[in-house]
Design a protein around this ligand. Structure first.
Ligand code: DAK
Length: 257
């Protein structure tokens, strides 16, 4: 496993845990951290011993308090564009990852931190988590996909309200709005993530990847349906379908590779 400057990584029961490790800066996402998250996700996606990932933040206070504001000052237009391009590529690679990625949101998830959580497939929040897109306080707009993903998760009216007021919401409100899947006491955060991943582990990895790709193709146009039938067809090319159907007929639990 690679070592990283701003991340801690480890594997437990086939789950790669990627921890943003800048607690004194509330895990703010500077350029190097974003790049390392991209490398760590790619590394875990290619590791046959790993079937799922958890992204979280070090310390009791923050998942990630946003993009590193200090890096924004003095950028040229070209540098700004490059920062944006590289960051969006990393966040998209998380959303497109065929292995499930869960955000364990253990505190502030603001700006780019909220966007990072939203790029993950599932979000679980500890009860002390806060979410928000405060970019308008800085004279900028979200740049890691927040305007798109927040709108998809909670709808246009509420997404607009949060982004143009810069108001924070707590974990309970995030749950009510559908931004997070569960909220749990802080000590239950990692166990809940592991429990969900252990359940997913019993399913066909090929089909799990197919669901992720088809759901990601949902854009309100017929494209999503086309992606679904293409992914459905692909299932017939993989060994998992034979194991799944045989297990059903033999009245036993399937055992996927
Ligand atoms: N960037 C850099 N440092 C940060 C930071 C951040 N986002 N958030 C916190 N820190 C640092 C603080 O500066 C402080 O460092 P020292 O002064 O000790 O060196 C340390 O973390 C502890 O923070 P505080 O002392 O402020 O802690 P408090 O408990 O008092 O307050 C807080 C916690 C989360 C309420 C506060 O730190 C805060 O308001 N932080 C900023 C939150 C924020 O505005 N986040 C959004 C950032 S803008 C784009 C891509 C992405 C984005 C935009 C464009 N493109 C690709 C185009 C995204 C933008 C953003 O995320």
């Amino acid at each position: 496993m690679n070592t990283y400057t701003n991340l801690k990584t480890g594997t437990a029961d086939g789950v790669r845990v990627i921890t943003i490790n800048r607690p004194d800066k509330l895990n703010a996402l500077n350029r190097q951290t974003v790049s390392e998250i991209g490398q760590a996700v790619k590394e875990a996606a290619g590791d046959t011993e790993v079937y799922g990932m958890i992204i979280t933040g070090e310390g009791p206070k923050a998942f990630a308090a946003g993009a590193d504001i200090k890096e924004f000052s003095g950028l040229t237009k070209e540098q700004g564009m490059e920062l944006s391009r590289a960051g969006q590529e990393v966040f998209q690679s998380i959303e497109d990852c065929p292995k499930p990625v869960i955000a364990a949101v253990n505190g502030f998830a603001l700006g780019g931190g909220c966007e990072l959580a939203m790029a993950c497939h599932i979000r679980i929040a500890s009860s002390n988590a806060f979410f928000g897109q405060p970019e308008v306080n800085l004279g900028i707009i979200p740049g890691y996909g927040g305007t798109q993903r927040l709108t998809r998760y909670i709808g246009k009216g509420k997404a607009l309200e949060l982004m143009i007021t810069a108001e924070r919401i707590n974990a309970q409100t995030a749950l009510q709005l559908g931004l997070v899947n569960y909220t749990v006491p802080p000590e239950m955060l990692m166990p809940k993530c592991m429990e969900l991943l252990q359940l997913i582990r019993t399913k066909s990895p090929f089909a799990v990847g197919g669901v992720i790709r088809a759901v990601n193709a949902c854009d309100g146009t017929p494209n999503g349906y086309k992606a679904e039938y293409a992914e459905f067809g692909k299932c017939f090319t993989a060994p998992d379908i034979h194991e799944g159907i045989n297990a059903f007929l033999e009245k036993r639990a399937p055992s996927f590779r």
